[in-house]
Design a protein around this ligand. Structure first.
Ligand SMILES: C[S@@+](CC[C@H](N)C(=O)[O-])C[C@H]1O[C@@H](n2cnc3c(N)ncnc32)[C@H](O)[C@@H]1O
Length: 243
């Protein structure tokens, strides 16, 4: 399975700081955890973040909650991680930490990087296995509507520290494929081109809801991020489900 390798050097600046308002996302996730915390009044909330990548979110959550443990497939990630005791490189569909947490989080359409429905099913089962009873799994998707929008006309250029980065997305069968071209300014305007391709996929919200119920989860909250109620034109949808 492939993840972003070279793009790691540009990811935060381009995706996290340019594309989305990450502070409002951190506030939102914190509120979701807080609501559950107030219901149970449990102390020392332990969070497991799947697909944490550059731990933008985990780093902030750790300021508020008792502990955050991170899992990601990316080996580049470990180099960026300041606490290697709390981080493991593994596939989130198969990992078994032999421990249960209060919250399992999989943020920023990371689940869409699992390229088959079978892997999504495995992910739900594995998340369930790592959760304490009455506690919550939080994840979000980019909807099919949003991927179709992006692939209809999308080409972005960025300049980061003298390098030029081009992001495009194409549809290929049922997949949505990022093509990332990095023109690296190696010396005096000699540019070296490095390319990476990342495939994503999405499924209808109703199918996901049914599968969650089949995996013994109860849907607690469904939200179109920034817009509220989910509809056919929702772009990014958060699911909060209870074990
Ligand atoms: C969009 S990035 C995640 C961003 C991060 N969660 C955030 O909020 O900024 C997607 C991440 O999923 C990870 N990933 C993809 N497939 C995975 C798998 N099977 N198991 C664990 N991590 C995976 C990639 O390495 C990448 O870090």
């Amino acid at each position: 399975m492939k993840t972003y390798n070279k793009f790691v050097d540009y990811y935060d600046e381009i995706i996290r700081w340019n594309w989305y308002d990450v502070d409002s996302e951190i506030f939102f996730v914190n509120e979701l955890i807080e609501n559950n915390y107030l219901e149970t009044n449990k102390k020392n909330i332990e969070i497991l973040e799947f697909a944490c990548w550059t731990w933008t979110i985990a780093r902030e959550l750790e300021k508020k909650w008792y502990s955050v443990f991170w899992v990601d497939l990316s080996e580049q990630m470990i180099e960026k991680c300041n606490n290697k005791n709390k981080f493991i490189i593994w596939d989130m569909t198969t990992i078994d930490l032999e421990k249960q947490f209060d919250v399992v989080l999989c943020n920023f359409n990371s689940i869409c990087h699992l390229n088959s429905w079978e892997d999504w099913q495995k992910f739900f089962k594995n998340a369930n296995k790592h959760l304490k009873k009455w506690w919550i799994l939080i994840f979000d998707i980019l909807t099919i509507f949003e991927f179709e929008n992006i692939t209809s006309d999308f080409r972005w250029f960025f300049n980061v520290k003298g390098d030029t980065i081009c992001l495009e997305m194409f549809k290929e069968e049922q997949y949505y494929k990022w093509l990332i071209k990095m023109f690296i300014n190696s010396s005096k305007n000699n540019f070296e081109l490095i390319e990476e391709e990342i495939k994503e996929i999405s499924f209808p919200v109703e199918d996901i809801k049914k599968e969650l119920e089949n995996t013994w989860f109860k849907l607690k909250h469904l939200e179109d991020f920034h817009f509220g109620e989910v509809n056919d034109e929702s772009e990014r949808v958060y699911f909060v489900v209870e074990k």
